[in-house]
Design a protein around this ligand. Sequence first.
Ligand code: 5GP
Ligand code: ZN
Length: 138
Amino acid sequence: MKEDSCIFCKIANGEIPSATIYEDEQFRVILDLGPASKGHALILPKEHFADVCALPETWAAKVLPLGAKIGAAMKQALGCSGFNLVQNNGASAGQTVFHFHMHVIPRYDDGAKIVTWTPKNPSQEELAQIAETIKSAL
Ligand code: 5GP
Ligand code: ZN
């Protein structure tokens, strides 16, 4: 299913032009308009799923292999030495377009730090308590 008001539905299905680097029956991979680094790409399913929780397993199973394929091609073609696969779910997590997408972000030696956080230092008790809390919802 597609959603009329969704820009990524329109891009994924070719109604809005994009710099496409890969396409098959289910996915289109495009360059991000606001790249974090040269070659930053987005893997878009051609059907509308709001986030990873809405993505069926049959689709989800294809996303990581596709991310690996795109990342390997970037290393060969762009000369990046690594890449990040990043996938945001929910506004608090940085999701701004509510159509599932996976970022493939090339990383270059001496390039800017892109995916980073400051580690906290929880106690073993805190970790055990948090683990139990999450397990209770699985
Ligand atoms: P999010 O923050 O939701 O994980 O990522 C959305 C990404 O989509 C951002 O990196 C943003 O630059 C990119 N983006 C938003 N609108 C467009 C668009 O119309 N075309 C392309 N190619 N990228 C877009
Ligand atoms: Zn959509």
